[in-house]
Design a protein around this ligand. Structure first.
Ligand code: PGA
Length: 248
């Protein structure tokens, strides 16, 4: 088990109606949550105000993305200053679904990260290899490429949580084998140690995402370098509470 504070993110993605969000918040509000965990849920923007004003104090609310720009003529965008002004402290950045549907590059993700951090937000920075890269044994190489722009730009590392999410595991029901996930998290921590500092490496929460469920999270969380999870599908269900309370 990790020695760092457990971090559980709930990425609701593009899901939810007024009614279903209300019922999910009610379920979460009834839950007895691990007081030692840090829990952040990220609803679609349109549901953020309701979630933020009604969800129990133990759960923070964040955004699923943030613009690389400030205020201005950027139709459809929400910027970091707006999130902060609204009282939010977290944004997910660089999710592989944004990379694939919206063509976000590693550089753009790093640019958004810098913008968000300079506005005072903390970020859940996502990255992970494709199935082809995994099968070709290129996981570490790809991760290095994906993290390089971030490593060269960020200075406030206490505002970063790193989310390793193999693309082939997201929404597929295929979870990364525990030993493989631990090996990759260890690789990431070593990269931080070599390229940033031993202190940042030691303190960094590196969380895993990809088909995390109540049934598989305890095994993953037993590993020394897996500090929590970014949960998609299961974050919309009551089992999210069990994931938050893993190893309690
Ligand atoms: P999943 O999504 O839990 O539905 O696989 C994880 C994510 O994309 O953050």
């Amino acid at each position: 088990m990790s020695s760092r504070q457990k971090f559980i993110g709930g990425n609701w993605k593009c899901n939810g109606t007024v009614e279903s969000v209300k019922s999910l918040v009610e379920t979460l509000n009834k839950a007895d949550l691990d007081q030692n965990a840090q829990i952040v849920v990220c609803p679609p923007s349109i549901h953020i105000p309701y979630a933020k004003s009604t969800i129990q104090n133990k759960i923070e609310v964040g955004a699923q993305d943030v613009s690389q720009f400030g205020y201005g003529a950027y139709t459809g965008s929400i910027n970091a200053e707006m999130l902060k002004d609204f009282g939010l402290n977290w944004a997910i950045i660089g999710h592989s679904e944004r990379r694939s549907y919206f063509g976000e590059t590693d550089e753009l993700a790093a640019e958004k990260a810098v913008k968000a951090i300079s506005a005072g937000l903390s970020i859940i920075f996502c990255f992970g290899e494709s199935l082809d890269d995994y099968n070709a044994g290129k996981t570490n190489e790809i991760i290095k490429q994906q993290l390089r722009p971030l490593l060269s730009k960020v200075t406030e590392w206490d505002k970063v949580v790193l989310a390793f999410e193999p693309v082939w595991s997201i929404g597929t029901g295929v979870v990364c084998p525990t030993h493989q996930a631990q090996a990759t998290h260890d690789f990431i921590r070593n990269m931080l140690k070599e390229e940033v500092s031993a202190e940042v490496a030691e303190k960094m929460r590196i969380i895993y995402g990809g088909s995390v469920k109540a049934a598989n999270c305890a095994d993953l969380y037993s590993q020394p370098d897996i500090d929590g999870f970014l949960v998609g599908g299961a974050s919309l269900k009551p089992e999210f509470v069990d994931i938050c309370n893993v190893s309690q």
